[in-house]
Design a protein around this ligand. Sequence first.
Ligand code: FEO
Ligand code: CA
Ligand code: CA
Length: 636
Amino acid sequence: MTRKPGDNDDWSVPRDTSISPSLADVISARWSRREFVRAGALLSAAVSLGLTSQRSSAAKSPAVGIAPQSRFDFTELKRVTGEDHAVAAGYRADVLIRWGDPLFADSPPFVPHHLTPETQARQFGYNNDFLGFIPLPARDAGQLRGLLCVNHEYASSNLMFEDFSWLTTGWISEMTCGVELAAHGGSVVEIEQVNEMWRVVTGSPFNRRILGFGTPMQLTGPAAGHQRLKTQVDPGGTHVNGMISNCAGGITAWQTWLSGEENFNGAFMGELAEGHPEARNHAIYGIPEKFYRWGLFYPEFDVSKEPRSPNRFGWVVEIDPLDPASTPKKRTALGRFKHEGAESIVAKDGHVVVYMGDDEKFEHVYKFVSRDRFNVEDRKSNLDLLDHGTLYTARFDADGSVHWLPLVHGQGPLTAQNQFDDQGDVLIEVRRAADLLGATPMDRPEDIQPSPVTGKVYVVLTNNDERESEQVDAANPRADNVFGHIVEITEERGDHTAKRGRWEILIRCGDPADDDHGAEWNPTTTADGWFGAPDNIAFDRTGRMWISTDGNDDSDGLWGVETEGPLRGTGKAFYRAPDGAEVCGPCFTPDGGSLFLAIQHPGDGLFSSYSSPGTRWPDFIDEMPARPSVVVIRKA
Ligand code: FEO
Ligand code: CA
Ligand code: CA
């Protein structure tokens, strides 16, 4: 088992996550898969009542006598686990870049038993998660070239430091804290394909390390300069010295990189002064979690010294990879929560819509709609589009409708009566605002992504083992949901700016052969094709959906998932990670010929350590620890 920031449930503030159950909720709650099969006679009645959204649409069988053609034409990978990774026959998976690899001409060599903040800051960081690819013009005919945007989500200190101990803090020093912060953040890396092989262009002028501490960033949008963002080091409330815990993200139509700060609560230690006005706010976000001890050396991470500092994290950061000198911007208009994913699409009328999840049990789904329109002719005019617009949160009703509720100060309960004095307050405390609006508490929303072909939006809900039977609702239909599920949204009129749409469940994850899982897949899904704990989504250029997992029953991997036609709801296994790793950031090149995957925390586990990792992937050298790495997959 891997321990990550945000995993500590002890701090959770009891939130009222109950919803008054309607008759439909009660029926839905009772319809486990087994009951569904047994109660076949009730099906037609349920359909006539408009309750079809409560069962997985994946359960539809293909037409009898016709073998439907899979859109995924590879030979399915067997259910394998091991110290090495594995990919479907006919494909090759090569390591492109590893933790500690050089990015610059002056990058020092990677010496794992002698890490320093200075060396780590010039090398590829730890725990790569999101991957985005921004094409660059080719230098020669046949060459492919681009910028890979990679975030570094957290530091697996148990695997990074020889002296690490779970039981004592004696191993912690200014050096280890500095290394952890330098291992955070992100990397922009130029890569090129030469003779069918991808390689890193070390020393490219585009290459950049963005750090957890030491990279100046600007707070922009409605909350910038807000009183609650001001600290002793930044009395103006507009500048932050880094980004932390960045998880999934997205690439915009104007080729910038959005990166979501996720489990930022892990960065903070110390105790708030008695009766501090931020106490309720911090408790709702689980602050301080004390996963790291950076506050010993950096007052920004000690709430007893800088009580407002946590309000400066938990934002979506926009980075311009095409301008290595640009200042990353924390876009407050997109709200402050544990951001997982920030996939965007340009709506029919030109407004930009960003879909986002708040990855915590019983948290919410969001979308942002820009005030202004995307201008395909003028990149510069788009660079601050995300500072103005409306943030919405989702309420999933049992009748299959989804309603997008605006988080706008002065509307509904978002007034001074509920301690929201302005829009900045709403954005800083989005979770509380969404609760007041009646947003649906979900089973940990991770990546949310619109299909570029159908326009349908897929919401990955990774799991929630704390949902009690009396808390199930139509959109989160399983108590103790350890396998997760995938919700599909069809926006009204196919318009991503719409204030409502329809939803249904595409898949209830888990093993369909095990009745206890309550899973629902297309019946054509094989024993290798099912998965649990879905995390990231990618669409390839033909519109096929791919899902990677974190916390699957055996090992994590990547699966193709059919979304249309008679095979809708079928999973097919393509790639398996090495022991202990999760698979993140699936990302295709625009020609569809290469697939990049981020392999995070290989070798981690309950008893894993620097000297005894679960695997020494990808180097398999005795002195070399396991190394989070990006792999590239191509046809062999
Ligand atoms: Fe960083 Fe929600 O995974
Ligand atoms: Ca994730
Ligand atoms: Ca994605």
